[in-house]
Write a protein that binds this ligand. Structure first.
Ligand code: SF4
Length: 123
């Protein structure tokens, strides 16, 4: 389904050359994993992990937040969203990513649980 949406958005009529992509997509993929994120991502809510297949959808959808690592051939988040509009576009990019390589949990991962204050001695 996601692949069909991506193809429609990008005006792709033929499936030639996309066999591998379709196989990945039809297997259901897996959710982005914060531990596998590219180091280029700026810290924050959204990130791209190493499942990215460099399809360009996120860069077209949210160009103010996603860009391409030219040497590596993948996308990463170069700026976290700073407005409701940017947030919505990042979410749209995440939902449209054909291999679920975009994660939304970067702001929560790694934050330690608050510690309880030590009991104070009675005087
Ligand atoms: S993160 Fe997803 S949408 Fe963006 S280029 Fe990679 S595969 Fe495409």
């Amino acid at each position: 389904m996601r692949f069909q949406l991506w193809r429609a958005k990008n005006g792709i009529e033929s499936t030639g050359g996309f066999g591998i992509l379709m196989a990945v997509t039809e297997s259901g993929g897996s959710m982005a994993d914060f531990t596998n994120r590219y180091s280029d991502n700026v810290p924050g809510k959204f990130y791209v992990d190493d499942q990215c297949i460099d399809c360009d959808l996120c860069r077209e959808t949210a160009p103010d937040n996603f860009t391409r690592n030219e040497d590596g051939g993948y996308s990463f988040v170069y700026k976290q969203p700073t407005s409701a509009d940017e947030e919505a576009l990042c979410k749209e990019a995440m939902e449209g990513c054909p291999v679920e390589a975009i994660g939304p949990d970067g702001a929560q991962v790694g934050i330690a649980a608050p510690t309880q204050p030590s009991p104070q001695p009675q005087t």
